[in-house]
Design a protein around this ligand. Sequence first.
Ligand code: SF4
Length: 381
Amino acid sequence: MDYSPSAKELSHFPFLKKAQEHIKKSFPPLDQLLKEEKGAFLVELAVKRINQALAVAAKKPPVAHFQTRDDEEIASYVLARIIVSCIQDKQLYDRLTRYEAERAYQFLLSEKSTESDPGAGWNQHAVLDDEGNSKIANYLAAEFRIDLAKDRMPLADYVEIVSVLHEDRFKLVNRRVQNGQVGIKKEELLELLRERIRVILRRDLPYHVPKALCAQLAPVAESIKKEYQQQMLQQFGSIEESAFPPCMQALITALTAGTNLTHAGRFALTTFVHTVGMDVPAIAGLYARSPDFDPEKTMYQVEHITGRGGSGTEYTAPACAAMRTTGLCVNRDAICENTSHPLSYYRYKKRELAKRQNKPEKNDPSPAKQGTPESPDSKKA
Ligand code: SF4
């Protein structure tokens, strides 16, 4: 391809090989850089980047920070990956790679201005081909082995990319598969590119960072760990088993009674309790209530589902619709009427329990009976 991305384009997609080459001559070796004022500034940018990644996980929209030079922007990407590698937390690797992939996707979508918003595009000089893709989009896709001009891709590549996409439209049964190629709609190509970026960036983490370098970055790593813990606490706080939805209560009751849970049941319970803040040993402890508890097998399964095993993939708890399909939605109560996800149920009920503890009430009317405008699925939930 007879095209070389500009520094500005590289700063929007800092994971490109060309971007890494671009900054090689701009900065001294890292251990030296970290002792300089410039190093401290770049670390600050990297921390901002990681914190934005954590905020995105907490459902805030991605924010670009482009008050800095192009090479500094690229350096902050590299430093952010080095810092999370020192922290050695798989959830942080997942959050950061998801953020970088989503950010790249948003930049691909917003490269050119639109008629309704003429000043919106960040790449005014971009020239689009017949398919509506710019040179940097084609360049980026080629580096990640996706051809934006094609309406199909090899089956093996497709299966790897969509493995974490839960929407029905991505399921193989809903796809045209011919001669080992899966049919793709044009408008889905960038979505698949985003997932491919995420998979590849995640696969490369953690970096093997020398211990001395991690020691230099230790104070920063500590501050990020604190921020991350705070985010988790803000989202779910301490674990309140009495606020678990009926479906999860039923799974725990079944475990305690010695019933073997189905794979779907184990998956739903493990992902749920993991998201509300239970760590791996505590989850294994939950399974220890079962009379046929096998510690080794349980730890393996739990680590796999929570992303601490080899796959590195952190799964999400199934929504109520999926729970119904697998027959796990049982003992529904009034809160369930306005709930589409067991996690929304939990957050809502936990808040309600906390309110009641502060202000005891004579009756205990359900939110449906009260007709309150706030429901488990409202934005607050
Ligand atoms: S409606 Fe949702 S939260 Fe309630 S029991 Fe069913 S799956 Fe669980």
